[in-house]
Design a protein around this ligand. Structure first.
Ligand SMILES: Nc1ncnc2c1ncn2[C@@H]1O[C@H](COP(=O)(O)OP(=O)(O)OP(=O)(O)O)[C@@H](O)[C@H]1O
Length: 280
């Protein structure tokens, strides 16, 4: 057997890497010194109480708020880049209030996102004949398993599928890393489980996912690793099983564990949270 056959499998490619990422809003340290990485094909959870700084982190990574520290995608520094450039480089996000346009079809909802990726990128694709916009849209819908729904209105879909269209909107245009801000809000247990299965399918294609959600069953089920934020700082990181048992996490976020007798896991509701401390 040759040496190469015996070699260890290649380490997964690091997509996102932040170094010392910090955001201040006046006297509030909303993010302090955050070092987080997401590899290709990985689902990484970012959890913490209300006001811990999760959305601020997504805003900082995607360029929607001013930050200090570094943000790299596949080793390319993007911390000085505009949100547009970061989007074109392959990172995309969803928003907490990411409603779909109810009077547009699913495909038209995605077409709006194609436009936001940038005319130049689209023109390049059309000129070199590689990917006309319709293909870009169907590729994104295929990633979330909704290629049949292109001509439907959002209201004709289940809530779970509407949420997946929201994810597909972020996947148009060759997205490598997607940051999902509470994408499963409002889903019941069953819908949330199906949603999680789709997230795993998306990650299996090599896309990296940063997932923020208060639905602990979803987060614990689908994430490879978790980071826990409290008062804008990472207080713990690791695989879900270790995080669940971390006393600092239990005290800051999971609370006195109200355990679901079926899953033997902390229940989804419970974290009440607090806002970051004012700092001088
Ligand atoms: N644009 C802003 N201007 C001033 N302060 C802000 C701004 N955005 C967020 N903050 C503050 O920064 C802190 C972190 O807020 P952030 O929304 O990031 O928390 P979160 O963990 O996402 O909370 P939630 O789970 O409720 O969404 C909070 O104290 C919030 O009030």
């Amino acid at each position: 057997m040759s040496e190469s056959t015996l070699a260890e499998p290649a380490a997964p490619t690091t997509l996102l890497e932040t170094g010392g990422l910090s955001v201040r809003y006046g006297g509030v340290s909303a993010n302090s010194d955050i070092d987080i990485s997401v590899a290709a094909g990985e689902i990484v959870g970012l959890i913490g109480p209300n006001g811990a700084g999760k959305t601020t982190f997504v805003d900082a990574v995607t360029g929607f708020t001013k930050s200090t520290g570094t943000v790299s995608l596949r080793g390319e520094r993007l911390d000085k880049a505009s949100p547009h450039r970061r989007r074109r480089a392959g990172m995309a996000r969803t928003w907490q209030a990411g409603e779909l346009f109810t009077d547009l079809t699913v495909a038209q909802n995605l077409a709006v996102a194609v436009q936001s990726v940038g005319l130049r990128a689209m023109l390049a694709d059309v000129v070199n004949g590689s990917r006309p916009p319709a293909d870009v849209i169907s590729a994104a819908l295929e990633l979330v398993g909704l290629d049949d729904a292109a001509d439907q209105l959002p209201g004709e879909l289940t809530l779970g599928h509407q949420k997946l269209v929201g994810v597909a909107r972020a996947l148009v245009g060759g997205t490598q890393l997607v940051l999902l801000d509470e994408p499963a809000a409002g889903l019941d247990t069953h819908e949330s489980r199906d949603f999680g299965i789709e997230l795993r399918r998306i990650a299996a294609t090599g896309i990296g996912i940063l997932l923020i959600d208060h639905d602990m069953s979803l987060v614990l089920d689908v994430c490879d690793r978790l980071y826990v934020l409290d008062f804008g700082r990472v207080i713990a990181s690791g695989p879900p099983a270790a995080i669940q048992d971390d006393p600092a996490v239990i005290s800051a976020y999971l609370g006195s564990p109200e355990v679901d007798p079926d899953t033997e896991r902390p229940t989804a509701d419970g974290p009440t949270g607090h806002a970051p401390k004012e700092t001088p």
